[in-house]
Ligand binder design. Structure first.
Ligand SMILES: [Fe+2]
Length: 220
C-alpha cells in the first residue's frame, strides 16, 4: 500500500467509513471472495451526450483524426463488471461520460462558463472483456457548479447494460475530494453505498495515476 493510500484510508476512517473501506480495499486484493453490495443507482443527470460522435473508444484523451490531446491530468480507471455473486460479466456495454478537466460538458444544456476542450473525447462506449474487465484512459474531471450554492465534486457517469441484468446508471467519485462531503447526491447515499461509489487509488499504470472502480450488477 502506498503512502497516499494510507492517507486516504486514514481520512475515510475519520469520516466513519472504516468498516466499509476495509471491505472495499479487500475487494481489490481478493475480488470474488468478498460479498459486495450492488453498485448503487444514481441519476443520469442532464448531460448525457445528445450528439453522436465517431470516436467513443477507451482513450478519452484523444479524438481520432485530431492532432492535439486533451488538457488536464491523465488518469487510468479500470475494474471488473461482476454480478452480485462475484461472477465476472463479459461483453457488458459500458457507457461513460464526464466533464472535461475544467468542469465543462460538451452538451448544449451545460451553461458553465468554463472552456470546452476540443481535444477531449468526453464520451466512451466500450465493452467488458472475457474476464469482465474494462480500462479507460481519461482526464480527471473538474468540479462544476450544479446550482449557485452546490458544486459537484469530480465524478464520472457510468451506464452499464447487459442482457439479463437491469440497467445500471451510476456515478463514480474520487477519493480524498473535499467536495464529496457537501455533494447533495453523494450524501443521499449511506456510508456503505458511498464506499462502493468511490474509486480506489491503486498506484500507477504506464506512468499515470491509476484508479480501480469495480461495478456490481444486481442479479435478477
Ligand atoms: Fe455530472
Amino acid at each position: 500500500m502506498t503512502d497516499k493510500n494510507k492517507l486516504s484510508r486514514r481520512k475515510l476512517i475519520k469520516l466513519g467509513m472504516a468498516g466499509t473501506v476495509t471491505g472495499v480495499l479487500g475487494a481489490s486484493e481478493s475480488w470474488g471472495e468478498i460479498v459486495t453490495i450492488p453498485t448503487p443507482q444514481e441519476v443520469e443527470g442532464p448531460f448525457y451526450p445528445v450528439a453522436d460522435q465517431r470516436d467513443k473508444d477507451a482513450d478519452l484523451t484523444r479524438i481520432a483524426g485530431q492532432s492535439g490531446s486533451a488538457k488536464g491530468q491523465y488518469i487510468v480507471i479500470s475494474g471488473f463488471i461482476k454480478d452480485d455473486s462475484g461472477q465476472p460479466i463479459n461483453n457488458a456495454v459500458i457507457d461513460i461520460w464526464q466533464a472535461n478537466a475544467a468542469g465543462r460538458y460538451d452538451h448544449p444544456r451545460d451553461s458553465n462558463s468554463a472552456p470546452l476542450d476540443p481535444y477531449f473525447q468526453g464520451w466512451a462506449v466500450i465493452h467488458s472483456d472475457n474476464n469482465g474487465q474494462y480500462r479507460i484512459k481519461t482526464v480527471k474531471p473538474g468540479a462544476y457548479p450544479a446550482t449557485r450554492t452546490w458544486t459537484r465534486p469530480p465524478h464520472i457517469h457510468f451506464k452499464i447494460s447487459r442482457q439479463g441484468y437491469p440497467k445500471l446508471i451510476t456515478q463514480m467519485y474520487f477519493p480524498d475530494e473535499s467536495l464529496n462531503a457537501t455533494d447533495l447526491l453523494f450524501n443521499s447515499k449511506n456510508r456503505t453505498e458511498q464506499a462502493a461509489m468511490i474509486a480506489q487509488e491503486t498506484g500507477e499504470y504506464e506512468g499515470l495515476m491509476a484508479y480501480t472502480y469495480n461495478i456490481v450488477l444486481r442479479g435478477h
